[in-house]
Design a protein around this ligand. Structure first.
Ligand code: NAD
Length: 251
């Protein structure tokens, strides 16, 4: 029988304090990985660390603001010193802000781009520098279906996520000779709150008949980072219940 491919692997998940990132971190911890929670919010990060470790699994909070390059440098220095390896990186941390383009300030634009896009480059490069020393690894970047379709007032977020998808195939090319795969996932509507509060129409509008859950994204991360699936490289996986393929005309 094949060995569990995640057991004792060193996995870094950014933005692991809640929502999708928390579920991803818990999924790898459940599989026996050592999970580094790179989260900027101390309270939620400590809570996830506590929950993981209370189940005889291994989670390690390293307080990190991924929009700050110095924090990223320190994160990877600490991981290198503590574990001596990185096998899997999930670039999940992200923020959204919806504001009319006429009002959006340069500061707000920079904050979104630096959090959602620049951090993916800096974390991936820092991870790859460690991965290449131990035979390679796998990186998954969390993008969004808003890279492909839009509502109004979403310019900075859409641009950041479109950038993540382009950055993904560029990094896959550059890291190929180091046996590092880089892929992205574009979630559609993923409910991170109480699913019971959703309306029937919220579910019905999806071809899959339901709104997505963090588990849908975590399962895909596990799949993409399984070394057995390393022929999947440089690509983007849309997980949205069919919404980006749905043709819509006004009634
Ligand atoms: N939920 C959705 O429907 C959906 C859809 C498409 C894409 N996404 C993407 O999935 C990712 C996770 O989304 P979510 O809904 O779970 O978000 P969320 O807001 O519930 O959680 C984000 C987590 O990231 C942390 N974070 C934010 N900025 C950070 C920073 N600078 N440094 C470190 N940590 C930081 C937050 O503290 C929080 O713990 C994001 O990249 C988001 O853009 C979400």
């Amino acid at each position: 029988m094949r060995q569990n491919p995640y057991k004792d692997r060193i996995v870094i998940v950014t933005g692991a304090g809640r929502g999708i990132g928390r579920y991803i971190a818990e999924a790898y911890a459940y599989q026996g990985a050592q999970v580094v929670l790179a989260e900027k919010d101390q309270d939620s990060g400590l809570e996830v660390e506590r929950v993981i470790n209370s189940q005889d699994q291994r989670g390690h909070l390293i307080l990190t603001d991924v929009s700050n390059p110095q924090d990223i440098t320190e994160l990877f220095e600490q991981v290198q010193a503590t574990f001596g390896a990185v096998h899997i990186l999930i670039n999940n941390a992200g923020i959204s802000r919806f504001e009319a383009p006429y009002q959006l300030t340069v500061e707000a634009w920079d904050q979104i781009i630096n959090t959602n896009l620049r951090s993916v480059f800096l974390c991936s490069r820092a991870a790859a520098q460690i991965m290449r020393l131990t035979g390679g690894g796998s990186i998954v970047n969390i993008a969004s279906t808003r890279a492909f379709m839009s509502e109004e007032n979403s310019e900075a977020y859409a641009a950041s996520k479109g950038g993540v998808i382009a950055l993904t195939h560029a990094l896959a090319a550059s890291f190929a000779s180091d046996q590092i795969q880089v892929n992205s996932i574009s979630p559609g509507w993923i409910e991170t709150g109480d699913v019971a509060n959703l309306r029937p129409v919220d579910h019905r509008q999806h071809w899959s008949g339901r709104v997505g859950t963090p588990k849908d994204i975590a399962d895909a991360c596990l799949f993409l980072t399984d070394p057995q699936n390393n022929f999947i490289n440089g690509t983007n996986l849309i997980i949205d219940g069919g919404m980006t393929k749905k043709m819509i005309y006004a009634p």
